[in-house]
Design a protein around this ligand. Structure first.
Ligand code: SF4
Length: 191
């Protein structure tokens, strides 16, 4: 049997393989039996965003037994509509890297090494730092000539969002920035 280039592409396109084979005259039952233990059989799908640049392309990750076995562009994602550039397509390497940081790391003042701490400990340290900086730099009023105006802000804290954040996260991020009393709410893509 000769196979056209178009049908060959259909054949090799993972999810469409069974259908394409059946279209070419193979028995659907045999095709199903032969492809019953493909790499993605039983995989759970999760969506995520590429961690490289500020485009924020969406991805679909296939996970089998807690292990990432496949990663591809999310066809339903509004930004990339299934496409990934070469960096994004190779993102699995960063996921599997033994240099990937998976827990908060802390370097004590004067120390020359990092140590792993728990998320609770990290949250406690961050909250303490933010509170101390906010309290010690708080500007309650400013004078314009003889008139004193309430301004209630700090110029010592800034917020930096990223392209991976959703609209809803950005809204909350902005609200939190204003609540903290800072005007410095920026976006990674503007740097
Ligand atoms: S897939 Fe490429 S363009 Fe998309 S976010 Fe990742 S690095 Fe950027």
């Amino acid at each position: 049997m000769s196979i056209s280039r178009r049908n060959w592409l259909k054949l090799t396109a993972g999810g469409g393989a069974g259908l394409a084979l059946a279209e070419l005259g193979f028995s659907a039952a045999k095709v199903q039996a032969a492809t019953g233990h493909l790499k993605l059989t039983g995989a759970k799908q999760f969506t995520t965003a590429c961690n490289f640049c500020s485009c924020g392309c969406g991805m679909v990750c296939n996970v089998v037994d807690g292990k990432l076995v496949n990663l591809e562009g999310d066809p339903d994602h509004v930004i990339n509509q299934g496409a990934l550039c070469s960096k994004g397509a190779a993102m699995q390497a960063t996921h599997e890297s033994d240099r990937r940081v998976k827990a908060p790391m802390y370097r004590a003042p004067g120390s020359d090494r990092w140590q792993e701490i728990s998320w609770d400990e990290a949250l406690e340290k961050l909250a303490r730092k933010v509170k101390d900086v906010r309290d010690s730099t708080w500007i309650a009023t400013e004078k314009d000539g003889d008139v004193e105006y309430p301004v209630n802000r700090t110029d010592a804290i800034g917020f930096l969002g990223g392209a991976q954040n959703t609209n809803e996260e950005c809204y909350l991020w902005n609200k939190m920035g204003r609540l903290f009393g800072t005007n410095f709410v920026e976006h990674q893509a503007r740097l």
